[in-house]
Design a protein around this ligand. Structure first.
Ligand SMILES: Nc1ncnc2c1ncn2[C@@H]1O[C@H](COP(=O)(O)OP(=O)(O)OP(=O)(O)O)[C@@H](O)[C@H]1O
Ligand SMILES: [Mg+2]
Length: 261
């Protein structure tokens, strides 16, 4: 699917600050993630990338002591408002976490239970989605003979792909991917990367990765986080090609060249 000529804002973040137990870890960041494009977030460990991602569908609410200020607009609506319907928000903005977190249920139920919860009543249709999404993440052949076995018995990389399949099953408008390939071998990593590329033009994706080559292959837009005495900030952002080829800040230049971070 082709991208619109002029990028449209999907998620607009203004002056977002985040603290854990009053310790500020993200300091007044502002950015825009565009509809149907792939935005990659890179930066050194501990600079707040996962924290930032968790704010975009309010999973941050589940962390005790985590406080947010600023605004995050999804299609113009401030999702930080107390009136936000969190179930609807998390259906629209799906996520896979840095550490795989399958439900302690069977492989099948990991996919079919959320579908049931969101109103897909026909068993046959749930089963069809199950097969489709497991195929998309390259897991079907590995697990089709043991769909009723515990998901937690899968390897880390298989669990990660199951979580991606679970997110895809609900057809989110926005997909947040935190290091989706870090636990994967090169073959599975290639499958997931191709899948992310294939969703370009249809789904807004925000991917955190430590793999700069992967960011370069996938990203339409790039956001570079940095940390100043534990406070995460954005040091550079823009179209990925421009940031990679002519970074404006010395920190970004050193980081993207591999000499820092
Ligand atoms: N649940 C939590 N409670 C307290 N502090 C936390 C919590 N989660 C993260 N932090 C702190 O917030 C800061 C940012 O962490 P975060 O996990 O967002 O970084 P990151 O950029 O994703 O790092 P990495 O690349 O290693 O995954 C770190 O100082 C971390 O110790
Ligand atoms: Mg992280």
């Amino acid at each position: 699917m082709s991208l619109p000529l002029r990028p449209q804002p999907c998620l607009e973040v203004r002056q977002l600050s985040v603290s854990y137990d009053r310790r500020c870890v993200i300091d007044a960041v502002s950015t825009v993630m565009h509809r149907s494009r792939i935005t990659a977030i890179v930066g050194p460990s501990g600079c707040g990338k996962s924290t930032f991602l968790s704010c975009l569908n309010r999973l941050s609410d589940l962390t005790p002591g985590c406080r947010l200020s600023g605004s995050i607009r999804l299609d113009g609506d401030d999702i930080l408002s107390a009136r936000t319907d969190l179930i609807r928000l998390r259906r629209r903005v799906g996520a896979i976490a840095q550490r795989p977190n399958p439900f302690p249920l069977s492989i099948r139920r990991n996919i079919t239970m959320p579908l049931e919860h969101h109103g897909l009543r026909h068993r046959d249709r749930r089963e069809a989605v199950l097969e489709r999404v497991l195929r998309r993440v390259g897991l079907w052949r590995e697990v089709r003979g043991r769909l009723d076995q515990p998901a937690l018995a899968l390897s880390g990389g298989q669990q990660q792909r199951l979580c991606l399949a679970r997110a895809l099953a609900l057809e989110p408008e926005v997909l947040l991917l935190d290091e989706p390939c870090s636990a994967l071998d090169p073959v599975a990593s290639g499958v997931v990367e191709d899948l992310i590329a294939s969703l370009r033009g249809a789904t807004t994706q925000v991917i955190v990765t430590h793999n700069l080559a992967q960011a370069r292959r996938l990203a339409d837009d790039l956001i570079v986080f940095w940390t100043d005495e534990g406070r995460g900030t954005i040091v550079e952002q823009g179209p990925a090609d421009a940031v990679f080829t002519s970074p404006q800040s010395a920190i970004t230049a050193a980081y993207l060249s591999g000499s820092r971070g």
